[in-house]
Design a protein around this ligand. Structure first.
Ligand code: CTP
Ligand code: C5P
Length: 399
């Protein structure tokens, strides 16, 4: 593969001045990286690919496909294009997004946005008729691979939701997927075995490590005198409602700490089918969000005086679009101490989306998504077999 040469472009004013304000442009080269994809139900696997892509250069541009193109090549997305654009913008390693980027990546697209090369996970993406969408950029030596994150995919998340809404008899339980419903014993399971068999979308369990957390986390301390904001919740299947809420929460101060409730606590107040994603998975999704500064992993449900003092919290916030559930064990208001100290406020995220509405969208289109997932898995297994045969043939030829 040919060596990728960085394009001659000028670094932006590092002090954030407006373009053109600094005539003395410094001529250091910056490397502009292109990524593209569907980014449906954005998860930490997507975020991790963007993190790695950003590390290959200086400036990351992400092209996101339209609903129409995704439907043609893959089947209908769960989130519409406006939601998917917002979610990708919310990832902290992304510098710019291109809305409606073409499904097949071309040299013209890379040149149009001044990108040196395209980065993509080490799985194969094909068009509806089976062609590698990155063939042109691979042939031109303008393609780099990042490591796909094992144990998470949109397909797997959709499958988890579909599986949990089936009754024991295998019938659909779509109407009964309510918050307080309690018919599925595996729901509180924190070890979530994958339900697909493709080598890319579902062959393994996600394994959390301290290194992964370190790569996602910010190590910035709150500046002296910073106004610290605290919020807590489940943040399950991170969605545009969460993103808008966290943006509004962060705007209230200088440093946002998010408390993530443990899985057993989420099951107690959301129903035994929740959380869809376990604490370790939810942690990475929240850490990837550009509005979040730090996370409490397994936060207490009731916000105690000790917690408020420990983090020197100035404001405690909850969204106005979702109810405040009383402590399931004591019946107490989890925000009572914050209210006593006049620290508690509610903000409006402006979004009606909740984890439950996302699940309902999928369950309402059960047949469509089951077919889509089956097709995707069959396609990937066929590609995987073909690649394996090709490798075996070339190994045999070299003896
Ligand atoms: N990606 C990744 N790790 C995952 C899932 C996706 O690195 N677990 C990467 C893909 O390799 C690609 C980018 O995220 O570079 C965008 O992927 P997308 O177009 O959304 O498609 P899929 O790979 O099909 O995503 P998923 O498997 O989640 O459906
Ligand atoms: O429901 P969950 O615990 O994941 O919500 C976390 C926070 O996000 C809560 O404060 C909730 O009110 C807020 N939120 C919001 N708007 C939405 C969805 C969630 O403000 N549409």
């Amino acid at each position: 593969m040919a060596e990728v040469q960085p394009t001659e472009v000028y670094r932006k004013d590092p002090h954030g001045g407006s373009e053109g304000a600094n005539d003395e442009l410094d001529s250091q080269k910056i490397v502009r990286v292109w990524c593209d994809g569907c980014y449906d139900m954005v998860h930490f696997g997507h975020a991790n690919s963007l993190r790695q892509a950003k590390a290959l250069g200086d400036y990351l541009i992400v092209g996101v496909h339209t609903d129409e193109e995704i439907t043609e090549h893959k089947g209908p997305p769960v989130f519409n294009e406006q939601e998917r654009y917002a979610m990708v913008r919310g990832i902290k390693w992304v510098d710019e997004i291109v809305e409606g980027a073409p499904y097949v990546t071309t040299i013209e697209t890379l040149d149009k946005y001044g990108c040196d090369f395209c980065a993509h996970g080490n799985d194969i993406t094909t068009t509806a008729d089976g062609h590698d969408t990155y063939q042109a950029v691979k042939d031109a030596g303008r393609y780099k691979e990042v490591e796909r994150t094992q144990g998470v995919s949109t397909t797997d998340l959709v499958n988890r939701m579909l599986q949990r809404t089936k009754t024991d008899a295998g019938k659909s339980d779509d109407e009964g997927f309510s918050l307080d419903e309690d018919s599925h014993p595996e729901a509180t399971c924190t070890f979530m075995p994958p339900v697909t068999h493709s080598p890319w979308t579902g062959d393994s369990q996600f394994l959390q490590t301290t290194r992964k957390i370190h790569l996602f986390a910010d190590t910035k301390e709150p500046p002296a005198g910073a106004k610290i904001i605290y919020t807590a919740g489940s943040f399950d299947v991170f969605h545009p409602g969460h993103l808008q809420f966290l943006k509004a929460a962060r705007a209230l101060g200088d440093y946002l700490i998010v408390g993530l409730h443990p899985d057993n606590v989420v099951s107690t107040y959301k129903g035994s089918k929740y959380p869809i994603m376990n604490l370790q998975e939810r942690l990475l999704s929240v850490l990837a969000c550009r509005h979040v500064d730090d996370v409490v992993i397994g936060a207490p449900y009731k916000i105690s005086p000790e917690l408020l003092d420990h983090f020197n919290v100035s404001v405690v916030v909850h969204g106005s679009r979702t109810p405040i559930n009383l402590d399931p064990f004591t019946g107490e208001d989890p925000y009572q101490e914050a209210k006593n100290r006049s620290l508690f406020i509610q903000v409006d995220s402006g979004s009606e989306l909740t984890t439950e509405t996302v699940v309902r969208r999928i369950v309402a289109n059960r047949q469509l998504y089951e077919e889509r997932n089956k097709k995707k898995e069959q396609k990937e297994l066929a590609i995987f077999e073909a690649l394996k045969n090709q490798t075996e043939r070339s190994e045999a030829a070299s003896y």
